[in-house]
Design a protein around this ligand. Sequence first.
Ligand SMILES: [Zn+2]
Length: 349
Amino acid sequence: MPLVTNRQLLDEAAKGGYGVGAFNVNDMEQIQAIMEAAKETNSPVIIQASRGARAFAQDNYLYHLMLAAAELYPQIPLAMHLDHGNSFETCESAIKLGFTSVMMDGSLKADGKTPSTFEENVEVTRKVVDYAHERGISVEGEIGVLGGIEDGHGAGGSGLEHVTDPDQAVEFAERTGVDALAIAIGTSHGAYKFTKKPDGSVLKMDLLIAIHKRLPKTHLVMHGSSSVPKELQDIINQYGGKLKETWGVPVEEIQLGIKNGVRKINVDTDNRLAITGAIRKVFAETPEKFDPRDYMKPARAAMQKVVAQRMTQFGQAGHAGDYTAISIADMAKGYANGTLSTKPLVAAR
Ligand SMILES: [Zn+2]
């Protein structure tokens, strides 16, 4: 089927009560791994590219690889999403290229590092929403600031300095009209999220539940949600790697989030770990090999395994055939005539 919007995927996920993994890509093998996992588990899926990925792969390569994926897997609903757009111009260029969904991360200034003011965030996000919805493209915003840095993007810190304020989340959703909202509840980007096993004191699940109660119809997004499994860290370190001990977000916490309005879960680090571990293993065990396929094949298979596991854990498995694609032109009509109204349904306090 043609590429669909995140909005359609997430509306369907809300109906079905499940979450959809959004997996980052930079190259063909990662796209192949995700699509094979989607086929294996019969899952709708979001593939996303950051500014770093667009710079690494070049826009046209990325876009045409995504078209190839849609062509090869007509049974899989697939959205192409921009991860952490830093400005109106970045989002505009992604939409012009053919992305079906964009994130405008106005929680940071355009430098991708300095936290912005609430008003600055509302203003730039609203501008992207107006431009995108007119063209049938969905928008994710962010309120609160996530921890960590990835691909040079992020404010750093533990993720607890600027957690999302529920009142601001409501005002932000109302004033911007975003289709999905990323919230900061203590998660961080990158591999080094927590220095001890996370519990209620580092991940603010109560805050997430409070936001969902106030905004029951808004699709919530969890960023920095790799689980950083010990097995994957161990493989890397067993074959010469030097990762420091670290913990990610436990899958059970994500599942609790999904029960409370989380519809999109961003995963990148786990796949990076799986790929690197598989390549290190080939290099260590068979140092005479030099054909890239000898290590790219197991790397791709290792990533596919992790992605398929997450698809099953998030509940999207089995849902690929639930619906057919709404065209981008029809999405634009829906935004224009109000059937896709993003006016959040705000619950009484
Ligand atoms: Zn993120």
